[in-house]
Unconditional design. Structure first.
Length: 363
């Protein structure tokens, strides 16, 4: 059995963090050998305290078949596994203070991809939704992989926007076989199907716990050259991701918002602290020395009837079907459902969970 499965089993001992485990692996290079050590042997390495040595030894004794179980479960769930020493391990993630020693993933992992993290509030405004979709789509269209956490709110919008333009990676605070939140099951499948990846440092079957999400955030920022924050309250978890990025010397970008919106206060504080204020994806692409591909204006793709609907819609505020119908002449109203579908297929408009529609482009 490969050594990676023994390492994965050791990391299931939650009392031992990845930094201390990395030191232990430096002292005892073979994880298989560590799995055969007693508490006294573990203490003798000088890496673990008495309490931690006892905890790890107990974990090893109580779960002797865990390496084989993890290997079998990964095979059953079609989950790939890499360690920090593998060539496929993302280059920039290896550089952070506390890189995960093992990554479980589904999909395609590209070690040297250009990546930007996009994070934000779970409770978002229409403005935040529009910004997340636009930034993610245009960055992805320029060849940037968008990294986010698949959480409700801005994270989900960032993934959806990126899927419209290119590639995205979701970092989970649970096993990659678990859809969390459950309503994103189809989204996670789409990420994999379109050449992206769903990744986690937690083995398949690991349920989401509150403590896992701050740890997950370091992977989002660690995978990314820079992190963009779109809507965050003063105490938002998104600010943790931004702080981690700053601590690693990575760029942090923030989209400004209304002074009357609580969801913008965190972004404004980041800007005061030195984050770069950005109003367009082009500003981030310029920092990355990447060019944005030419885009065909949305209006050039519209039929006359679609153009009438397009005039009613806006970029920031989504309208329901009833609101659109009320704004249209009677001879068009019967065709509105079909017209809206055609416009979605053209990538001109988007529909949210409330079945409301808005423009994809600002103008």
């Amino acid at each position: 059995m490969e050594d990676r499965w023994y390492l994965a089993a050791l990391l299931q001992c939650r009392q031992i963090g990845s930094v201390r485990m990395r030191r232990l692996c430096a002292a005892v290079p073979e994880a298989r050998e560590i799995c055969g050590m007693s508490a006294a042997d573990l203490r003798a390495t000088g890496i673990l305290s008495d309490a931690l040595a006892e905890a790890l030894a107990r974990h090893i004794q109580e779960h002797p078949d865990l390496p084989a179980q993890i290997e079998a479960e990964c095979a059953r769930q079609d989950v790939s596994v890499i360690t920090i020493d593998d060539e496929l391990y993302p280059v920039v993630l290896r550089e952070i203070f506390d890189p995960p020693l093992v990554l479980f993933y589904r999909g395609a992992l590209i070690p040297d991809a250009r990546r930007i993290g996009i994070v934000g509030a779970r409770k978002f405004t229409a403005y935040g939704e529009a910004a997340a979709m636009e930034f993610a789509e245009r960055l992805a269209a320029a060849g940037v992989t968008v990294v986010s956490g698949a959480a409700r709110g801005i994270d989900t919008r960032a993934h959806r926007g990126a899927l419209r333009g290119g590639r995205t990676v979701a970092v989970l605070g649970c096993g990659v076989d678990i859809a969390y939140p459950p309503e994103n099951r189809r989204l996670l499948a789409q990420i994999i199907e379109t050449g992206g990846a769903v990744i986690s440092e937690y083995a398949p079957g690991t349920q989401p716990l509150p403590a896992f999400f701050p740890a997950r955030n370091r992977i989002i920022s660690g995978l990314s050259e820079g992190t963009l924050v779109i809507e965050a309250a003063k105490r938002s978890g998104s600010l943790i991701t931004a702080e981690m990025a700053l601590s690693e010397g990575r760029d942090v970008y923030a989209v400004p918002g209304s002074i009357y919106s609580p969801q913008s206060s965190g972004c404004h504080n980041l800007i005061r602290a030195g984050a770069r204020l950005v109003e367009s994806p082009q500003e981030i692409l310029e920092e990355m020395h990447l060019a944005e591909p030419p885009r065909r204006p949305a209006r050039d793709q519209l039929t006359p009837e679609e153009a009438r609907i397009y005039q009613v819609l806006s970029f920031e505020h989504a309208l329901t079907m009833d609101e659109i119908v009320d704004s249209m002449p009677e001879h068009i109203t019967a065709n509105i459902p079909l017209l809206l579908l055609q416009m979605q297929l053209k990538g001109i408009i988007t529909e949210n969970e409330m079945h409301a529609y808005r423009r994809v482009e600002r103008n």
